[in-house]
Design a protein around this ligand. Sequence first.
Ligand code: FAD
Length: 367
Amino acid sequence: MEDLSLKEIKTFKDLEDEVVSSNKCCACGACVAYCEIQGFDTIEMEGYTPKFKSDKNAENCKECGLCFYICPQTEPLTDKLNKLYLIEDELGHIADVISAKTTNAKIKGVGQDGGIVSTILSYLFDSNQIDAAIVSEYDKNFQPIPTLIDNKVDLIKSAGTRYSISSNILPLKDLYAMAEKIIEEHSNVYDIDQLSLAFVGTPCQCRAISKMKLLNVKPAHVINYVFSLFCFENFDYAKLMEIIKSKTKIEPSQIKKAQIKKNMFITSKDGKTVEINIKDLDDAVRSHCNECDEFVGRFSDLSIGASGAPTGYSMIIMRSEKAQNLIDSVISEGLIEKYKIPAEQYSEWKPKKINWFRKMTALKTKK
Ligand SMILES: Cc1cc2nc3c(=O)[nH]c(=O)nc-3n(C[C@H](O)[C@H](O)[C@H](O)COP(=O)(O)OP(=O)(O)OC[C@H]3O[C@@H](n4cnc5c(N)ncnc54)[C@H](O)[C@@H]3O)c2cc1C
């Protein structure tokens, strides 16, 4: 652990002043999840904003500083993390890059791009490599709901992309209750430390998880797989829905799928697809995204997105041997199908894709 003891210990008040008040908060929920798990009864999420529950609750703050250090928007642990994740540039450590798509017809029908995330999670459940996963479901108005699931059936409800904040770290606080249930159901599991969890999130959320793991903040210690979604920008749910309603006349409750391919495409439940110019969404972009320098998600086992992929496929960046072994297993089980690179493109295919990710990251950073 970095020698934090020599530095001034920061508190949630510092987080409010340095991150929340200056609109840098990405609403991942890490600070609130941590504080609630400790039972400090101090802060809560009001919509997408972490805050003291009340002035009286503010007195409960133990000034432990953990909420500040695990926040993905604060600096202190960056050098340590970069070393740990072998990060030397804007894309992070790359062990391999492939393009692939699911072979599962059900997931194909609901997945955002190649259905890779849901297929891998399904495999991890089937092969008993995870007991639970944190994903994002959505309500009847297409609003993301961060959710902890303990079975692959619920994966179908979580597939697809919601282009607004899903505070995916918040459900970590529910893991203790879920652990009790899992322990009750499995005779060979007797302690939360034996559980294995997968986490899906945006690059900023994965950064928070990496900080929690670095500082051994429980129960993030049982997260064994971190899957980062590529992310150019994220949107404020209410503002995005207002724009979608006014531009497409489609009510949030009638949205079947939202997809960004240069512009945004909204498909309604009755099969109509309407295009919205991406520039028309500028007012709904979350301000923290304007300062973010991560497109692919450096602090992860796998980074997954569509950018640069052949139609219907996803790009997969593998960060380690463990990630390569996972992808090899999913391919050899026939669960995903690897894109066959045409022979004449073979030598330049991977460098070209990596250059494309650099270009997208530069574009995001410039924006
Ligand atoms: C806000 C946002 C912006 C994105 N921008 C880009 C981009 O610019 N370029 C690009 O190539 N890809 C982008 N992606 C990723 C892309 O949309 C797909 O999620 C990715 O390609 C995986 O597709 P899949 O078919 O493998 O995943 P699926 O099998 O459909 O699974 C998707 C997974 O993502 C989770 N998820 C959905 N919405 C959210 C959310 N809001 N927050 C956290 N988790 C969520 C789901 O629960 C599910 O586990 C973005 C994703 C998000 C959430």
